[in-house]
Design a protein around this ligand. Structure first.
Ligand code: GLU
Length: 416
């Protein structure tokens, strides 16, 4: 049965609400997204025909500041997914104590079927349709699945043309030439690596000796795979949308990256002992660290029981359902939750946002230093609370994140 991500997000909220005795009025309010915009996007395709696409932009909570969150292009995009992702952004920005809210956008589209020119027209028209919903002090989009710095450049261009002035601060994840930040494109994977180091240290494990299985070879999966491979980890499995590769001896990630650049997908990469395996077998692999870095609802009650690892590091948003969480807890598997593990992306987005405001840009050393400092502080807070309350890292992260938003709501009071 299809799992509705928004129901999952609300269930997670309900679990933490109980844990912290959340004021029922505040709980009620947080179940809802503050604003939801659905738009239809008419595009003239390269062959002259007209095709309609559906897009969304959702603000879950703006109580702490402008909405913040990516825009996703995928054939699986639907409103419930975007609402869940927006809620998760509220928790993520709150956990990092950023003066931002939670938002998300998406277009239901199979990017593989569109030319670059069609994708550009799609992005530009979507931007026009949501133009009154976004802005540097309203809601600041960023890249997500299947969108990148080029997508953000088009978005920023349309917004700026309509305003009559260049407005770099309307998006983050832009190319550096037009106000983007150094280190933004690799920030989520880099942050994930810092968190991997931190959790291994706590657990008395040597990260460079770990065997790792990674689901996803996109912006997040690729970066973490490369970093772990280069310090000596054995990457026994990795997947993209075309296939899941497995090798008992470990996969040469540097070679696989070149392959992916050349052939766009990894399915025909067959070196040494590398073979293709099924999704079901992927989640049964014995490894030290499992990194879901693709999409939501991947670890469910159907496969959680068979997972055989020490640590799950959530590179994706919402990869584990609450049912699965319970099973993993009972199995003694440490799950480092998405809102902490993958928050390096939005953190460097925040750095980009403040660099744009100040029109003063930092060097990469400063970006990475600040990224590490803020992430490790959040990690320590979450870890310490999980020890004190004897709860999972997810529960601890949610306690901090939801309490932060609840406090802001309380302080602002009820309008009218
Ligand atoms: N799409 C990323 C995320 O899920 C980044 C969002 C942002 O930078 O605003 O966290």
């Amino acid at each position: 049965m299809e799992i509705n991500p928004y129901e999952v997000a609300k269930k997670q909220l309900a679990i933490v609400a109980k844990e912290i005795n959340l004021d029922p009025n505040i709980h009620e309010r947080l179940k809802y997204c503050q604003r939801i915009l659905t738009v239809s996007i008419p595009i003239i395709m390269d062959n002259g025909s007209l095709q309609m696409f559906e897009g969304h932009r959702v603000h879950h909570s703006l109580v702490k500041g402008p909405g913040k969150g990516g825009i996703r292009y995928s054939k699986n995009v639907n409103l419930n997914e975007v609402k869940a992702l927006a809620m998760w952004m509220t928790w993520k920005t709150s956990l990092l104590k950023l003066p931002l809210g939670g938002a998300k956008g998406g277009i239901k589209v199979d990017v593989k079927k569109l030319s670059k020119a069609e994708l550009e027209r799609l992005t530009r028209r979507y931007t026009v349709e949501i133009i009154n919903f976004i802005g540097p002090d309203k809601d600041i989009p960023a890249p997500d699945m299947n969108t990148d710095s080029q997508t953000m450049a088009w978005l920023m261009d349309v917004y700026s043309m309509h305003k009559g002035v260049t407005v770099p601060g309307v998006v983050t994840g832009k190319p550096v030439e037009i106000g983007g930040s150094l280190g933004r494109s690799t920030a989520t994977g880099t942050g994930l690596f810092f968190i991997a180091e931190a959790i291994c240290l706590k657990m008395g494990l040597n990260l460079s000796e770990m065997t790792v299985a990674i689901q996803g070879f996109g912006k997040v999966g690729k970066v973490i795979a490369e970093k772990l491979y280069n310090i000596g980890c054995k990457i026994i499995a990795i997947s993209d949308s075309s296939a899941i590769l497995y090798s008992e001896d470990g996969i040469n990630i540097n070679e696989l990256m070149q392959w992916k650049d050349k052939y766009k997908e990894i399915k025909d990469y067959k070196k040494n002992s590398v073979q293709n395996i099924s999704n079901m077998d992927f989640f049964k692999l014995k490894c030290d660290i499992l990194i879901p870095a693709a999409t939501e609802n991947q670890i469910t009650k159907e496969n959680a029981e068979e997972i055989d690892c020490k640590i799950i590091l959530e590179g994706a948003n919402g990869p584990t359902t609450p049912d699965a969480d319970e099973i993993l807890k009972n199995k003694g598997i440490t799950v480092v939750p998405d809102i902490l593990a993958n928050s390096g992306g939005v953190l460097v987005s925040y750095f980009e946002y403040i660099q744009d405001i100040n029109a003063y840009f930092w060097d990469l050393e400063r970006i990475n230093k600040e990224l590490k400092r803020v992430l490790l502080k959040a990690f320590e807070d979450v870890y310490t609370l999980s020890q004190e309350r004897k709860v999972t890292l997810r529960m601890a992260a949610y306690v901090l994140a939801v309490s932060g938003v609840a406090e802001a709501i309380k302080l602002r009071g009820h309008y009218p």
